[in-house]
Design a protein around this ligand. Sequence first.
Ligand code: BGC
Length: 739
Amino acid sequence: MKCILALLLLISGVAYAQQQRFLTSLIQRMTLDEKIGQLNLLTSDMDVTGPFMKENYKQDILSGACGAIFNAYTPQYTRMLQDMAMKTRLKVPLLFGYDVIHGHKTIFPIPLGEACTWDLPLMEKTARIAAEEASADGLHWTYSPMVDIARDPRWGRVAEGVGEDTWLGEQIASVKVRGYQGNDLSATNTILACVKHFALYGAIEAGRDYNTVDMSRRQMYQFYLPPYKAAVKAGAATAMTAFNEVDGIPATGNHWLLTELLRKEWGFKGFVVTDYTSINEMIPHGIVKNEYEAAELALKAGVDMDMQGSVYATQLKKLVAEKKIPVKLIDDAVYRVLEAKYKLGLFQDPYRYCDTLRAARVIMQPEHLHVARETAQKSIVLLKNEGPVLPLKQSAKVALIGPLGDAQRDMIGNWSAAGDYKKSVTLLQGLKAAGVAVTYAQGAQVTSDAQLMGKLGLQTGDEDAMLKEALDAARGADVVVMALGESQGMSGEAASRSDIGIPASQKRLLEAVMQTGKPVVLTLFNGRPLTLEWENAHVPAILVTWFGGTQAGHAITDVLLGKFNPSGKLTMTFPRNVGQIPIYYNRKNTGRPMDANNKYTSKYLDVANDPLFPFGYGLSYTTFEYGPLQLSANTLAMNGALRATVTVTNTGGYDGYETVQLYLRDVTASVNRPLQELRGFKKIFLKKGEKQEVRFDITAADLRFYDRNMRYVAEPGEFRLQAGPNSRDVQEVKFELKP
Ligand code: BGC
């Protein structure tokens, strides 16, 4: 065994030395212009993901002034561009990147929805499939995972993240990196991951995209940085800077962030790319006067590659000539970029990802669609089911009403990469395919707000005629399935909303349909938590389906008909109204915890403190009963372990999944600690009548936090352990951590 290990170490040492020799000698042969070219990333015109395009990127490739391209894919197109790079003096291959966020062609649910599956192996699998398809389609690099913790659902980009919890965010960040990169980047079906947006982008003020962030170091270390760190630890090959400032300095020019923390403290070995033109944006940020200063600040801070801003391309040479920047800094950045290309095997064969046969074989193969359907099923969250209205009888006459009932484009959500919406399944198609007798009426526009309609490219329609058609359909049916919510363009980048309710046009439709007295199932399509107080008070059944991806319509149908028992649990709190925002489960107690009978305590005059649907919440068609939460002991030694057990029984009429959640509270500590923090979960499957003892092992390592002196330690004292089906309905036991 030891011999084999030694041999492996020797081989990897030799390979590393070989790589180093190759890259160093290549860099020695490069002119300064050629080096700077390697740091220049430009978008092709195949897709547009930012405010600014550059016409002549092909010219830049041909002249060696561009080392990487994004928004270009397909074996044919990337081959054509790679051919251009092969005409340059040193034939350094191009690197192709793209936002493969929740699938490449086979589209999975938006990340916020996928997180609600609480199924880590499945999340790794979807990343693996995304990498299989992207790599077969000419891509080397995805701008994912996005691991920004967010507590403000007004921000449209919560759709792209995994919600509000740090610990869960860490787990998901790791599996995503593993899924994309596998354990061998030189395999042709693996791609570079890019952890983003480093850092704190999810904490922008007022949920308004690109806005300011202001945060204490403690808050960063405790709640916002860990998922990025987890991605780095999992080996993320690249990292992307955020648009926002971090402690007064834009992330893209922040030496502390990119060099002290990322490289030195965390040991990040890959290369750092900016977000779209974010070097240039340091000028309006008010940090530098011009692009010359911006380039200097970014390079010195630790940025290796300039996305789309051409600031390095236009300024670095001058900065070197004027001795503002040592060439060594450029060489180091170039080394890191070339190293990524080397690891992918591009120097051996620049066309190794341009295989049309592989693309045809791999992309959207049945197994991928199968996983997409499973993921969409598991992402659906049942918020309410009075009656119960659900599941529907196969024989029921269904009226499907609402602008999202047959909206193919919306099913794949935003950031849907190369996803072909014409291949996505709508709810109407899903119901029909399952043999349900269904009539469809659109009923309303997604919104009738003229300004928003313009932005979403919607046409006006005859709302009264639509409403009449919908009411006729409702009256003729046994049950109404309403397909309402947001269209895909209402979340995602540059899609912040100040009102996160169902738009008025659809609300009017829902109210009118409710008056027909027919049982109604509200099927929501949404890229963020919505405010649903009225809906929750009036509609008997509510399902959150997010944007479920290519197979959305089949998956929702499976749930509606009870072929799949819903099991999703929210990973982001649903507030009662926007005035409660920011609202999140792992809050602190304050010095005046809410007391309904005491005026001078922390609360509102006009709304409760608690959310409408808490973190971790989600119902099933069956019921689960939790036995008492028990601890193996009521003290824990610093080097010891405790076992918590709880027996969960499926007491209802359906087989189903349950996600048993474990929360911790440090009652007294040297700094304020939250009332509860997720520290574990187990997703179990129980047949009806079946029970299972669920175990969690706890050690002092689980109790650590950043103490008064910012040391990551566990402090002796009283702790509470909570377990339950969501963050609200928990039982609690106490134990003590001994010094
Ligand atoms: C987004 C990034 C994305 C980049 C490239 C930016 O606008 O913030 O998340 O990776 O565009 O498309």
